[in-house]
Design a protein around this ligand. Structure first.
Ligand SMILES: [Zn+2]
Length: 428
């Protein structure tokens, strides 16, 4: 797994920390040692000899935990005030914006991001590659392409790759896979933000889902879907879609089918977008029509009940929130708060979904998402205890140290955060 990294022999120690190791164990006090990119020891008190050559962070009881995962990232969403405004940037500015979003995700403690569609085809991939080559700071990133939809099924035409039929989607999937995406995205239902293509409308015919999904898997990449309607969720389950976004409207029989595939499939509800649209957009000066307000209020209520039922059944629910509109700008990531306040998660359960499950959805369950020997050193030193107040993790100023791949991205000495790596390297 690539990502810009610490040099192979650098040794970093976190001493006197409260460790949330994401194995499900209650937190415990101890030290953690990192060598190169990986965690070497967890919990045991480090000897003076070990600490001698190491760079030491004194935890003073602060929390050490894994970096977080956002499973529905749109780094190229440009904090637009409108849907169509997502395309307003020219390619040069848009590339810089996307790189900046990657930086912000990492500044906010997200060391794992799963792309959920790129406004222009190569933005996600270019930024992923630049991160992996160490050119820019950012999380580990699985890149998506433009979202695909049939001619009358686009949510936002300007950001859509149109596909006409089964042959066409196979061709498009192969082209995207050849260009290097990690996943493709099918836009399989409407959305309550639109008047003429609603959340319970289904856009893909069966044969296109089947052919597209089969082609993606044959190319070794995964399939994500925008699927709010019950019928679209059924199609996801029938044709092997790997990651189901939204899944608000799920009938009893679909819930059973989903439960039967709970080891294979992930659901990311992206509650922040409807939540912010219903509760905050107007007050922030962004107009929401009455019909949008009514429709999203209803969907949010239904989605919350659906997710609570999924949680009961052990279906894997991921944080990730569709950030990147003017009323949900990058840097305001707070899905874990929603999991606790809206879905009844304990803070520990919310953290496990963003860390241990994050490592799973990133396809490295034995190397990412836990504070364990042998795992990659993607670590947060948090000022406070997120098990007492999960909202601590929604504010980047509470993250005193951010490490990715053994490399310190951010550090704080006393009350003074040192400049981040990007600013530092630009100043040279
Ligand atoms: Zn999205």
């Amino acid at each position: 797994m690539k990502a810009a990294n610490g040099s192979d022999d650098s040794v970093v120690a976190f001493v006197d920390v409260n460790i949330i190791d994401s194995t499900g164990k209650e937190p415990y006090h101890g030290d953690v040692l990192v060598k190169g990119k990986r965690i070497i020891s967890v919990g045991d008190k480090l000897s003076p000899e070990t600490l001698k050559g190491a760079r030491v962070f004194q935890g003073k009881g602060r929390t050490l935990m894994s970096g977080l995962c956002d499973a529905h990232s749109h780094m190229s969403f440009n904090n637009s005030e409108t849907m169509d405004g997502l395309t307003n940037l020219d390619i040069e500015e848009h590339t810089l914006f996307t790189a900046r979003s990657a930086h912000i995700f990492l500044d906010c403690g997200y060391t794992m991001c799963l792309g959920a569609a790129s406004v222009k085809q190569r933005l996600d991939m270019v930024v992923r590659d630049a991160i992996n080559q160490g050119q820019i700071p950012g999380p580990r990133y699985l890149a998506n392409g433009q979202e695909m939809a049939p001619p009358d099924g686009a949510l936002i035409p300007g950001i859509t790759k149109f596909v006409n039929d089964a042959d066409d989607i196979v061709k498009a999937v192969k082209v995207m896979a050849g260009e290097g995406v990690d996943a493709v995205k099918f836009s399989m239902s409407g959305d309550e933000i639109l008047d003429d293509l609603r959340a319970e409308d289904t856009t893909f015919p069966d044969d296109m889902v089947a052919a597209g999904s089969e082609a993606a898997h044959a190319c070794g990449i995964r399939v994500c879907s925008h699927a709010r309607s019950d019928e679209s969720v059924v199609q996801c389950l029938q044709y092997g879609v790997d990651i189901i976004y939204h899944a608000s409207f799920v009938s009893d029989s679909t819930m059973l089918a989903l439960e039967a595939q709970k080891d294979r499939v992930y659901v990311a509800p992206t509650l922040n977008f409807p939540y912010a649209t219903v509760h905050e957009a107007q007050a922030k000066g962004f107009p929401v029509t009455n019909s949008q307000q009514t429709a999203y209020t209803r969907e949010l209520d239904i989605a919350i009940a659906t997710m609570r039922e999924m949680k009961k059944r052990g279906i894997k629910i991921m944080p990730g929130g569709d950030y990147g509109f003017a009323w949900t700008p990058h840097g305001t990531y707070r899905d874990l708060e929603h999991f606790v306040k809206l879905l009844g998660y304990t803070p520990m359960e919310a953290i496990l979904s963003a860390t241990a499950l994050g490592g799973e959805i990133m396809l490295h369950p034995n190397e990412l998402g836990k504070v364990q020997p042998g795992y990659y050193a993607d670590l947060l030193l948090v000022n406070g205890n997120p098990l007492e107040d999960i909202s601590l993790l929604s504010k980047r100023e509470n993250l005193d140290v951010i490490m990715i791949n053994g490399k310190v991205h951010k550090e704080t000495i006393g009350d003074h955060p040192l400049q981040y790596e990007l600013e530092k390297s630009l100043a040279k």
